[in-house]
Structure formats: structure tokens, C-alpha cells
Design a protein around this ligand. Sequence first.
Ligand code: MF3
Ligand code: CO
Ligand code: CO
Length: 298
Amino acid sequence: MFEGRSRGVPGRNEPCWCGSGRKYKKCHLPQDRGATPKRSSIADKVAAISSGPTVKTAEQIAGIRAAGVLTREILDLLTDRVKPGVTTNQIDRWVVERTQECGAIAATLGYKGYTKSCCTSINEVICHGIPEDRELLDGDIVNIDVTPVLDGYYGDASRMYMVGNVSPAARRLVEVTHACLERGIAAVRDGARLGDIGHAIQTHAEANGFSVVRAFVGHGTGVDFHEEPQVPHYGRRGHGALMKAGTVFTIEPMINAGHWDARILDDGWTAVTADGSLSAQWEHTILVTEDGVEKLTA
Ligand code: MF3
Ligand code: CO
Ligand code: CO
């Protein structure tokens, strides 16, 4: 998601939604760029005012778990299909097909004007690449990000797919980014801090000569597409909000081979590396448990 928040934003001079007590314009407004204020329901307003992640009920967790299983299934079925010559629109159609077969819908379809059921981010695209009639080429690396909503519950995960013969440099970026996600997940436990996740990811990425994208973060999810908290993929150990058992959020590090700076193309969605270097991303939705973490999309 964009770092920031899209729903139920307060007026410039009203208190910030985060509960800091500061005026919105002095607090999260600058971060909430690209957001379309929408006050669709009282529930949205309450969610906007009450800060912090929500602890899920057993029933909600069961629902999110089921959505997570479908998320994984969709990503699994693409493994053997992604190859040179396949278009990203074809990938989108496969995602639609499987999503519909299961009675689910894609959270991205119609989301703030987005018209597709997945994101396909190739090579220097960091995230939010829009499926199109472009064919995948031998040597491409592509992230496919899917977010089915099953019985009202959200699953959100993405993987890298290597198209044909990929250069050793690209493969190393993909593998290090996967290790970054796993290290981030390993830092999750009740009572740990969000900064522990970012620290684990950043340390590993930078030790390998790569950089961590700052402009996009992980996010609470499960009952809504994007919930509190925001989960940066960089940070300091022992800093940030406490993780709490029963909360659900994504970890989705975007790692660049070059500089971390990003820019958005004219389509308003596609985020690319500012320096044109390769970028990779892996994502899971996780549940914080009493004794650690459960991957809901693995
Ligand atoms: N699935 C993405 C995420 O991990 C969000 C995609 S939003 C879209 O948060 F509209 F670009 F599809
Ligand atoms: Co995602
Ligand atoms: Co996500």
C-alpha cells in the first residue's frame, strides 16, 4: 500500500486519525498522498478515529485463514504458467478465473480506479504494475501480487517468478529479497516491536549491497484491505509499535538492486526504481500468535 491512509481522513485542522493529538496537516497529511477521502459509513469513521490495529476474533481469523489458503493457491497455479511469451493480461485472466471459481472477488478490482485483479511488476517495476498485453521475455523477473476477498475476508500475498533464464544478478536479488521476507517474519512475536521487522529486513538487504524501498509499506489486513498498522521494511530494533497476538498484517519488502528511490509513472500506479535498477518483492499475510507467528498465505 501507499505509506499513508486513504479512508475517513480528517480535515486539515482536525486531529490526526493516528491519535497523536496533533492537527492532521501537521501529522499524517503529507504521508497520505494519493489518497481519496471517502466517508462511506459510520464504521469507517470509527475505524479512522480509533487508532491502532484490531485484535481479530476466532471467527475472523478462521475467515482470513481461508482467504490465505486461496491466495496461496492462486500464486501456486501460476508457477508453471509464467513463461516467455505469456502476457500479464493473460496472468490477470488466470487470477480472475480461479478467484471466481472459488466465489471470491479481487480486492484490487475497482480499488481507487484500479481495473485489474492482480499487480504484475516486471524488472525495474517496484510494485503496482498493471497487467497489459506486454509479453514476458526470457530473463524477466516479475512479481505477481494477488488479494482475493473470500466471504468478506482478505488474503494478500505476492511472489517473484523468474521467466526462462534469468541472470545471476537478478536471481540473487530475488533470493535475497525472499530471505528478507523470511527474516522479517522471524522477528514477529507478541511483545516485539515493528522496528524489529524493519531492522531484520534492512540489515540483510544492505549487507547484500541492496536497498529497501521507503515509499511503500506492509499493512494490517484481513477485515479490510488496508488496516492499521503500517509496517515499514526498514527501521531500528526496539522501536515502533508493539506487536500484539491476534493482529494480522502483511510484510512485503521491496528491495532494489540500486538506490531505494521510487517514482510513479503517468498511469498513476506503476512504481519504478528512480535509477532504473531491478527491484524484487515477496509478501505474506501473517498472524501474530501467543508464541510467535503464523503465515496465513504460506
Ligand atoms: N496487493 C497490494 C498490497 O500488497 C496492493 C495493491 S493495490 C492496487 O498492498 F490497487 F494497486 F492493486
Ligand atoms: Co499485495
Ligand atoms: Co499488501
